[in-house]
Write a protein that binds this ligand. Structure first.
Ligand code: GLN
Length: 200
């Protein structure tokens, strides 16, 4: 059986655990290196990346997670999780740490105060059916991606037209929005498929 961990030091952990459980995998909270060792893949939730960063250091999880990422473990990050997976972060705290892995530049809290939170219907490569109803909450903005990064989704129309909101690089997946909050399981299902492919 596939075991997918949800990084559980901070953020909307329960929502991700519930979404994964509905995708027919075993979902488990992960806080410590021993727990990390027993999962095939990891989800990093939305939350607050500065707080997550502090807890990552307190719990000694920076190097263990970086090492698993280097070893090819599939990881999916939503919102703050996307920030944690970025190789380059703008407007982070000076002492903030990140796992990295996806060759992209993201800017924290970049949609401006008046649009702190917004929703948009977006098309997602690899996801069939209706557009995905994406919820953004003080989301990071992807400013650029490297050659190895596949852009899965962009906002279409409005002020943020063209903004990249979902990316994939090998076994790493990230969205600026929160599919765990809307009950649409298609992003989690896509990730589970990536995990199954990596396990084969
Ligand atoms: N603004 C948050 C951060 O910098 C991310 C917000 C979220 O995950 N909803 O971590």
């Amino acid at each position: 059986d596939l075991i997918i961990g949800v990084f559980a030091l901070q953020g909307d952990v329960r929502e991700h655990l519930a979404a994964l459980a509905e995708c027919d995998v075993v979902a488990r909270p992960v806080r410590r290196p021993e727990e990390l060792a027993s999962v095939h893949a990891l989800v990093i939730p939305g939350g607050e990346s500065t707080t997550m960063s502090k807890l990552v250091e307190i719990f000694g999880m920076l190097e263990p997670i970086r090492e698993r990422i280097r070893g090819g473990m599939p990881v999916y990050g939503s919102c703050a999780g996307m920030i944690m997976l970025a190789d380059h972060v703008l407007d982070g705290r000076s002492d903030q740490v990140f796992f990295g892995g996806i060759d992209m530049v993201v800017r924290r809290n970049a949609f401006g105060r008046q649009v702190d939170s917004f929703e948009a219907n977006v098309d997602l490569a690899g996801v069939e059916g209706d557009p995905f109803h994406a919820v953004f909450i003080r989301a990071p903005r992807v400013e650029s991606v490297g050659e190895g990064v596949e852009v899965l989704s962009r906002i279409s129309g409005g002020d943020a037209d063209g903004t990249i909101v979902a990316v994939r690089q090998g076994p790493l997946l990230a969205t600026a929005f929160h599919p765990e909050l809307t009950g649409d399981l298609r992003v989690h299902a896509l990730f589970v498929e990536m995990v199954r492919a990596a396990a084969r």
